[in-house]
Write a protein that binds this ligand. Sequence first.
Ligand code: PLP
Length: 426
Amino acid sequence: MSQVRPIQWKSTHGANQSFTLSHAISEGLASDGGLYIPDSLPRFDVRDFDGLQSHPEIAEKMLAPFFLGDALAAHLSEICSQAFDFPLVLRPYGKEVQCLELFHGPTAAFKDFGARFLARAMRRLRENFTVLVATSGDTGGAVASAFWKLDGCRAVILFPKGRVSARQQKQLTSWGENVQAFAVDGDFDACQKMVKVCFQDQGLRERLGLTSANSINVGRLLPQCTYYAAASLWHFRKTGQALNLIVPTGNLGNALSAIWARAMGFPIGSVTLATNENRTLSDFAATGLLKPAPTVPTLANAMDVGNPSNLERLLALFPTRDSWMQNQIRVEKVSDASIRTAIKEAQALFGEALCPHTATALHTWLKHQTPNTAIVATAHPAKFESIVEPLLGRSVEIPPALQVVLSRPEHFETISADPAVLSNRL
Ligand SMILES: *Cc1c(COP(=O)(O)O)cnc(C)c1O
């Protein structure tokens, strides 16, 4: 691998200014409102990874060029081993297809990889800080878990009272210590508005060292590239073939990571974005026209996104429909009815339970049955038992890590949907 100068980060809105990785992680969003993208990607050969087998080892090697010359460089090895301390599993489903299971972390969804990495990077960049997030689903749990008991930081999680499932609420509230959860009397938009108002309060921002941990942070995207690097190397060493990926997609963070990994030279073939009925991506792939649409609620609710936040980054790399086609970026839109059918088929064909998000990927695979493919499992089905169990007619076993979270007492306060009340509590 050739690497002569440190990789710099620039904004998708501003061409000329360059920033370090630490700056991009610490700030999250660029000050011009754009998203940070690397000015170049490192280029690897599969042989560069000879002798490296485990996910944390491969991750450290893949990430090293990004950390070269950065304040975090000396910490990279430790961050990888602390963040990726749970299994990454590439498993055959029958003889024809594989499943890349990303749900073996503490909150049983792929967001654990990014949130744990970001927390451990952020802690080494800032002295005392408060992470503030509004959540309607998996992100809040992953962030709460990732920051829990880390010295020098506090995480504050807002969720809409009565609008998350019982198991979801447990994952948001069963932490305590440096993690504070607030049930807000209002909807998700009200929670987001409260967060926004707090961020606009310069005094509060500085006093608390307020920061966010949302999915546009490169400190979440880079660690997600590492599991695609590892899975594609494992598959290539066994078969000599590139691995095609089908990624359940909402805000496009996870799928963009796969596309970045491929651009770094990892043996990845086509990348198919499996979406639910939110059609912005499938319309672009079909017509080349970009028309963000209002969000449609679906069974795969962590993917209910009308205007995918990472699309700007993908378009910076591949700006047209033609370039998507040339680069084997495909989109498959999957209806709720097909999600239900795919959940039943996973059981019938493989004896496996899938979450509704992962079911969009299986539906897509069953349609084309392309060899050398892995569907990406973004969450454990036990997190969505109210959808999955009635379809399967059986209960889904709760994985041990999730069991631990579910058995702990809840800690939260209910507050009104008033930013002033929140800022007083902070
Ligand atoms: C967040 C999430 C997704 C969507 O991931 P993006 O990076 O937003 O595309 C899919 N499935 C599950 C279970 C999620 O939590």
